[in-house]
Design a protein around this ligand. Structure first.
Ligand SMILES: [Cu+2]
Length: 197
């Protein structure tokens, strides 16, 4: 009996350990139902034409980063963001169920929906850094040239809903996303970090 109890305790200990190492980050787990609901509602945008009809408009370039570190700039680990489709009609505080950017990866002749993003401009009346799912937004940072003017200082948060990201669900770049073979591939420099509230 004593042995059984010990064995049981040991098993719980081992399972606990496995649980800690395999557990996705706490925010993802805590918001799993909401993230699942978001993924479900975004699924229709797997067809980019549906996205365009809903005014998510393509910015054409497939953006990727070399992983280079520059002082005072965002650190983007080597990887791609992909092609951003931006909906300028979605404004105001970030709505977890209504991201204003969709991200596609060019695969052969197709565009595959891989992520969504919330893009929030820094305004004179911004009081604090936005956050969703307990995740603080990145930034504030300058606009990403050449596709977004430098003067567009903003915060953003990516969520890799449709393609796993080894760097995490909310990392800005995904090393498993590629712009290779796509005509409008754009290697971007990391963006400059700007002072915020
Ligand atoms: Cu992005």
């Amino acid at each position: 009996m004593r042995f059984a109890r010990f064995a049981c305790g040991a098993l719980v200990g081992v399972l606990g350990l496995v649980g800690t190492t395999l557990r996705p980050n706490a925010a993802e787990e805590r918001y799993k139902a909401q993230i699942d609901a978001l993924r479900k509602s975004m699924e229709k945008y797997k067809d980019y034409k549906v996205a365009v009809r809903d005014l998510y408009l393509s910015t054409v370039g497939c953006v990727h980063y070399s992983g280079e570190r520059l002082a005072g700039h965002m650190h983007y680990p080597k990887g791609a963001m992909g092609i951003h489709f931006v909906n300028l009609t979605i404004r105001g505080a970030p709505d977890p169920m209504k991201p204003n950017v969709l991200i596609y990866e060019p695969v052969g002749k197709e565009l595959r929906l891989v992520a969504v993003e919330w893009l929030v401009p820094l305004k004179a009346d911004t009081k604090k850094r936005p956050s969703l799912f307990d995740k603080s937004f990145d930034g504030p940072m300058e606009g990403h040239e050449p596709l977004i003017p430098k003067a567009y200082v903003h915060y953003d948060l990516h969520a890799w809903l449709f393609k796993d990201n080894p760097l995490g669900m909310f990392a800005p770049t995904n090393p498993d996303v590629s712009c290779d073979g796509y005509d409008f591939s754009l290697l971007e420099m990391p963006t400059r970090i700007m002072p915020g509230p």
